[in-house]
Design a protein around this ligand. Structure first.
Ligand code: NDP
Length: 321
């Protein structure tokens, strides 16, 4: 049995608790939170103060870190890797090399294993881009995201004076995807690849047209996209926009001998982004426990992990089946 702890209990932490229930070879030892345990509403798991985690050193095989990438994981992953094998879903793409180096140093020094930046992007999408580029060296790779909620863009909308609440969906341009798959050569701009759809609740007295203009011209967030803005009531936002769907497509179009056309497509359609990301973390937690047993200390990303390490099925059976 692989003994697991959840570190940090937000959307992802809740998803990991659910995912562990589908994996018979793993057991949840507890949730560790910075908040007062009595205030953490789990789906049944016991909650403990994060400050007491070290007391469980002999009782845990892997800690699944579910903190936020912006400020939690850069501190928590190296700190907790001093005493435990860890998994995280660090997704600040530009800072992954720095995060990897920090965690690798700690893991090698303290003889632990850490698999960082698992999830789907980074994570499964990174893996599929690597497979596709290695198999079809002559070609182009495209990544499309959505339809899904972008937290960053939703936050940007909510910061506008006159906006009471809002949510933003990123939508892939399916016409472009179909043309690429058909072999059309295209020079794509940011505007061509994705559309942005906003659902906005106005604060009292706010001017609809002025807010619409402010949104569609917002630099870095909306000005380079075709953006649609819908004004809705607070009730409608609560009723119709609480789910956290996401997904996307990694596409590689290439040619092999002469002009023989080849297309590789990897597509995810997720009703719940955090529940899916959590399921990926749990599969990689299994790999983490196995690497630790083999004393292969240090940091890894999904690109370094053999697929069979994700499976609860033994290698001989996997080969046979
Ligand atoms: P949340 O904001 O829900 O949770 C982050 C942390 O905030 C928790 O670990 C928790 O720590 C704390 N927290 C949660 N709820 C509360 C609350 N009510 N009051 C106070 N503190 C709270 O983030 P998510 O779980 O949605 O996402 C975590 C990270 O996952 C994201 O930052 C993102 O980087 C990553 N991610 C990665 C993906 C990938 O494909 N690689 C995909 C999706 C997400 P504590 O319990 O200690 O207080």
């Amino acid at each position: 049995m692989i003994r697991v702890a959840i570190i940090g209990y937000g959307n992802l932490g809740r998803g990991v608790e659910r995912a562990l229930k589908q994996n018979a070879d793993m057991e949840l030892a507890g949730v560790f939170s910075r908040r007062e345990p009595a205030t953490v509403q789990t789906d049944g798991a016991s909650a403990y103060p994060l400050a007491e985690l070290e007391d469980y050193k002999e009782k845990l095989d892997v800690c699944i870190l579910c903190g936020g990438s912006a400020t939690d994981l850069p501190i928590q992953t190296p700190a907790i890797t001093k005493n435990f094998n860890t998994i995280d879903s660090f997704d600040t793409h530009a800072k992954i090399p720095e995060h990897f180096a920090n965690v690798d140093r700690v893991a090698k020094e303290h003889q632990t294993v850490s698999i960082i930046s698992t999830g789907w992007d980074p994570g499964l999408f990174s893996l599929n881009r690597l497979y596709a580029q290695s198999i079809l060296p002559e070609g182009e790779t495209y990544t499309f995201w959505g339809k899904g909620v972008s937290q960053g863009h939703s936050d940007a909308l909510r910061r506008i004076v006159g906006v009471a609440d809002a949510i933003q969906y990123t939508i892939p341009n399916n016409d472009v995807i179909e043309k690429l798959k058909a072999g059309e050569k295209m020079n794509l701009t940011t505007r061509d690849k994705h559309l942005r759809e906003c659902f906005v609740v106005l604060a009292e007295g706010a001017d609809e047209e002025a807010i619409r203009q402010e949104i569609v011209t917002m630099p870095n967030y909306f000005d380079e996209y075709d953006t649609t803005v819908h004004f809705i009531s607070a009730e409608a936002l609560k009723r119709d926009h609480q789910a956290m769907p996401h997904g996307g497509t990694v596409l590689r179009t290439g040619t092999t001998h002469e002009k023989t056309k080849q297309v590789i497509e990897y597509n995810l359609q997720l009703e719940s982004n955090p529940e899916f990301t959590a399921s990926v973390l749990v599969a990689y937690a299994r790999a983490c426990a196995r690497l630790a047993k083999e004393k292969r200390y240090g940091a890894f990303t999904v690109l370094d992990i053999a697929p069979s390490y994700l499976s609860p099925i033994d290698d001989a059976t996997l080969r046979r089946e």
